[in-house]
Write a protein that binds this ligand. Structure first.
Ligand code: ADP
Ligand code: ZN
Length: 593
């Protein structure tokens, strides 16, 4: 077997562009490569796909991936293609001619991975064809669809039992993000995985920040929040279709790129709007819980709940759509006791049996909303896990209560640097000047001659960045096009020494799981890279994240590689992407330096 440690890591870097495995990935891959059945339970964003994609590249023959989400197959195959992995799919969306052409190529050994919908696999005569293929591995994605206990039960999935019986000697890997024991047990039984090993990762999503905010003037709260999130993707969940429509309208009126999504819309509209969101044409999607199944957008940076969710599992699933790429993302629940009454009212209409369950679930949600304990802990314990940390640093209850500290002098330094550099730059540049950086752009602008140059060396760039974010959210500066910072009336008071500034203590942020450990991200470069990515994606008719993930762009904006060699070290840059995009991105990173 060609699966030495060297091969695994070589494939990881060459194709996927990563330098190391995520927790559990390596053990899982070893187990699969040893030819054993495997059951993978990992939360969304844990990195399940790699667990079968990497073995597929190392094993002889072809790996069949059964997935219920036809809409996502093209995406997955495109994404693999962009990394130089030969993959294809067969499903009902293809014209007959194209299908038979692909089948021919499959038999000629052109592909390492074949994605199939279960109904396709089970189609008359197709299994006989498949049996003639040199199959290396069968991966069953979204395996919870096999269970009637799960919310996404697919009758076609039940029949996968037969497939399992037809290929007794071929290893199977089943993957799911389902947290409930009952469904997990059902999957093992249905797929006959008793002999296999179960790999269950923690369901704690370390990169998500959870917060509950008391509803005051909720629309205003949301509007303010969104203003600090310019250009970032997010979902806002509302409890009703009407709520969705009216919030979307208000947001649109206020100039936000928001689209509405709920089950009452014609299928065509739903698809277009979803697509707008996926392609970063619409920044925000306002939706009922009908939205989200089969959404694989990795760079969702925030999930807001305008209304109270009906149960905690749903809340976990919905917020779980944030931060699949592992970058820090925010989940904020807006809560008022009045919302509980509204739901109570709906519950009264249910049958007595359903009422009991609904009330119990609602009580759990309220318990979560009103708790002063760590929210990561509350969610972990809800799913039967023991939580070991004491302060997660990633929820309002752990981060607060914060005493604000006097940061007047720091704010004066920062604001005066914004002014001295002409209110023409983003925070990254301003901080570089404060830090006395010798980057070429600063030197050529002669900003090294300014009196503010280097006066911020006593604080880290991270601390400055936190200060700048806080100044922004408090209105001491505003952010214009290209993230350029401008002073406000309020900042003049500070500069004149008439107003004191109090901020949350500046501290080094925890950056676990985040690819960008190299240093602060230059937001200006990041914005430009995002724009370049969008342009290339549109030219190739692909969603932007297939070109590079946000994590990769942030890594670029933080390390600012100057050569192709340095570019290759960026997380998510493998051989293919280096060749395809290396020079254009380098040019963008280094332009205006
Ligand atoms: P899941 O299917 O479990 O929700 P994905 O397979 O979509 O998760 O992976 C989530 C994200 O993590 C993707 O952007 C993927 O490229 C990234 N990822 C996976 N494995 C690694 C790794 N070893 N290092 C860095 N990023 C990774
Ligand atoms: Zn916490």
């Amino acid at each position: 077997m060609p699966s030495t440690l060297f091969d695994k890591l070589a494939v990881l870097t060459r194709y996927f562009g990563y330098g190391s495995f995520r927790p559990m990935q390596e053990e899982i891959i070893d187990h699969i490569l040893a030819g054993q059945d495997t059951f993978v339970i990992m939360p969304t964003g844990g990195g399940k796909s790699l667990c079968y994609q990497l073995p597929a590249l190392l094993l002889e023959g072809i790996t069949i991936v059964v997935s219920p989400l036809i809409a996502l197959m093209k995406d997955q195959v495109d994404s693999l293609g962009a990394s130089g992995v030969a993959a294809t799919f067969l499903n009902s969306s293809l014209p007959a001619g194209e299908s038979s052409k692909r089948l021919g190529d499959i038999f000629r050994g052109k592909y390492k991975l074949l994605y199939l919908a279960p109904e396709r696999l089970l189609m008359e005569g197709f299994l006989e064809i498949v049996q003639k293929l040199p199959i290396a591995l069968i991966a069953i994605d979204e395996a919870h669809c096999i269970s009637e206990w799960g919310h996404d039960f697919r009758p076609e999935y039940r029949k996968l039992r037969e497939v399992r019986a037809l290929f007794p000697q071929i290893p199977v890997v089943a993957l799911t993000a389902t947290a409930t024991e009952q469904v997990q047990e059902d999957i093992v039984r249905q797929l006959n995985l008793q002999q296999g090993r179960v790999f269950k990762a923690s369901f704690d999503r370390e990169n998500l920040y959870y917060e509950v905010r008391a509803k005051q003037d909720t629309y205003e709260q949301i509007r303010k929040y969104l203003k600090t999130r310019k250009g970032e993707s997010g979902i806002i969940y509302c409890g009703s279709r009407k709520g969705v429509e009216s919030l979307t309208e208000k947001l649109q009126r206020d100039g936000f790129g928001a689209v509405a999504y709920h089950a009452g819309l014609p299928a065509k509209d739903r698809t277009t709007r979803q697509d707008e969101f996926i392609r970063d044409n619409a920044q925000i999607i306002v939706a009922t819980i009908a939205f989200g199944m089969g959404i694989d957008k990795p760079n969702v940076r925030f999930v807001l709940h305008y209304d109270l969710p009906k149960n905690l599992e749903g809340y976990y699933q919905e917020t779980g759509r944030a931060g699949r790429d592992g970058l820090t993302s925010e989940c904020i629940l807006f809560y008022s006791y009045g919302d509980k009454m509204k739901i109570d009212y709906f519950i009264d209409d249910k049958t007595p049996q359903n009422q009991m369950l609904a009330r119990k679930q609602l009580a759990q949600v309220i318990g979560y909303a009103e708790s002063t304990l760590c929210r990561h802990r509350l969610l972990a314990e809800y799913f039967g896990e023991t939580y070991h940390g004491t302060n997660c640093g990633r929820c309002d209850n752990c981060v607060k209560p914060v005493e604000h500290v006097d940061a007047t002098v720091l704010a004066q330094k920062f604001l005066s640097c914004v002014r001295r550099t002409g209110e023409r730059f983003g925070a990254g540049y301003v901080i570089d000047v404060l830090a006395g950086s010798e980057n070429a752009k600063i030197l050529s602008n002669r900003h090294s001659n300014l009196p503010v140059y280097g006066i911020g060396r006593d604080h880290s760039k991270k601390e400055w960045l936190q200060l700048s974010r806080q100044l922004l959210s408090m209105g001491y500066v505003i952010q214009g096009d290209y993230n350029v910072l401008k002073l406000t009336q309020k900042s003049l008071g500070v500069l004149l020494g008439e107003e004191k500034v109090f901020v949350k203590p500046l501290r080094e942020e925890k950056t676990k799981f985040v690819a960008t450990a190299a240093g602060p991200v230059d937001e200006d470069i990041f914005t430009r890279l995002r724009r370049l990515r969008k342009k290339l994606a549109d030219e190739q008719d692909l969603p932007p994240y297939i070109i590079f993930s946000d994590a990769s762009l942030r890594d670029m904006a933080s390390r600012r590689p100057a050569t192709l060699e340095e570019f290759a070290a960026i997380s998510g840059v493998g051989e293919r992407k280096l060749a395809m995009y290396g020079s254009v991105f380098l040019e963008e990173i280094n332009s205006g330096r």
